[in-house]
Design a protein around this ligand. Structure first.
Ligand SMILES: Cc1cc2nc3c(=O)[nH]c(=O)nc-3n(C[C@H](O)[C@H](O)[C@H](O)COP(=O)(O)OP(=O)(O)OC[C@H]3O[C@@H](n4cnc5c(N)ncnc54)[C@H](O)[C@@H]3O)c2cc1C
Length: 277
């Protein structure tokens, strides 16, 4: 199936289901493959809706993208089309709900973003304008104002910094763990390391999945395998994954957010910016 056909099918499926994951509930034994943020969230929400959910994970929960993520919860990019941006805004609301529903600790307080190169800074200014038109509470602030928010950062004189007030951050590993423990406490199962190997069907109907440890009966399967999903399903839907470098250091003294406990600022530094003291 080509990308366009798949996208059409996917969007019609999204429109057809009246409420979130309800369409999956025909036959309620559901296996979720992959225990990143996506799989664990789906598992929790399906279990809450009454499905009999089994999660399988090849490595360990949050072992891949979810465990490496900066976990910045934001609606501060001018994502297009608007519906995509709207989805991000809804996700912010979902995190507010989850805070009380499953007791996660979200660090709300906004984000700062700026660039040192004039071209990138110009692009940022244009993007902020688009977001303001979308109704996002985001503004350009001066270096002095930014310094008040985050005294340990050396902002360039006269820099203009985008301040997005509604952003937050979460510990993604803890969140995945919380989703899974809630899934289990509601009657679901989580197994790892267990690798998905294929479907077992009778006619058109799924009856089980084959895994590295044997078969698991299932009526429905959710593939939440991150970058492996395309290969696993032999489809071409996801963006190509690109290599990147993440540097990890020994724990160092906290230099950002250290004196701002009242407002709790989250800061995102662009890669080209070398503003830390
Ligand atoms: C460095 C970095 C920073 C990021 N920062 C942000 C950010 O600030 N904000 C943001 O919103 N997003 C951010 N992202 C993106 C975000 O982390 C990902 O979009 C998200 O984690 C994807 O979650 P996932 O559950 O789809 O995938 P994953 O977390 O990769 O989970 C997929 C799981 O499926 C399992 N799996 C695969 N194949 C099989 C199989 N055959 N059988 C069983 N299990 C299988 C894998 O082992 C894996 O654990 C960042 C990503 C990176 C890498």
């Amino acid at each position: 199936m080509d990308r366009r056909t798949f996208a059409k099918l996917l969007s019609s499926a999204l429109i057809a289901r009246s409420s979130g994951l309800r369409a999956l509930m025909n036959g309620n034994r559901i296996v979720v493959v992959g225990a990143g943020i996506v799989g664990s969230s789906i598992a929790y929400h399906l279990t809450k809706m009454g499905a009999e959910v089994t999660v399988i994970e090849r490595d360990r929960p949050a072992a891949h993208a979810s465990g490496k993520s900066f976990a910045w919860i934001n609606a501060s990019y001018p994502k297009k089309p608007y519906s995509y941006h709207h989805l991000s805004r809804l996700s912010l609301l979902a995190y507010h709900r989850l805070e009380t529903e499953i007791g996660i600790d979200v660090h709300w307080g906004g984000s700062l973003e700026w660039f040192t190169s004039p071209e990138n800074q110009k692009m940022l200014t244009q993007e902020i304008k688009i977001q303001q038109d979308y109704g996002v509470p985001i503004e350009m602030i001066s270096d002095e104002k930014a310094k008040e928010l985050e005294p340990n950062v050396k902002f360039d004189k006269n820099a203009k910094i985008a301040f997005s007030q509604i952003d937050g951050a979460v510990d993604a590993i803890k969140l995945v763990d919380r989703f899974l423990s809630k899934t289990v406490s509601l009657g679901g199962d989580v197994f790892h390391p267990v690798t998905y190997e294929g479907l077992k069907t009778t006619g058109q109907k799924i009856v089980a999945i084959k895994t590295s440890v044997g078969e698991i009966e299932a009526d429905q399967v959710v593939f939440a395998c991150g970058v492996d999903t395309d290969d696993l399903l032999e489809i071409d839907v996801l963006k190509m994954s690109r290599p990147g470098i993440i540097l990890r250091t020994q724990p160092i003294k906290k230099v950002i957010d250290i004196q701002n406990n009242k407002t709790g600022k989250l800061f995102a530094f662009c890669c080209e910016c070398n503003a830390l003291p």
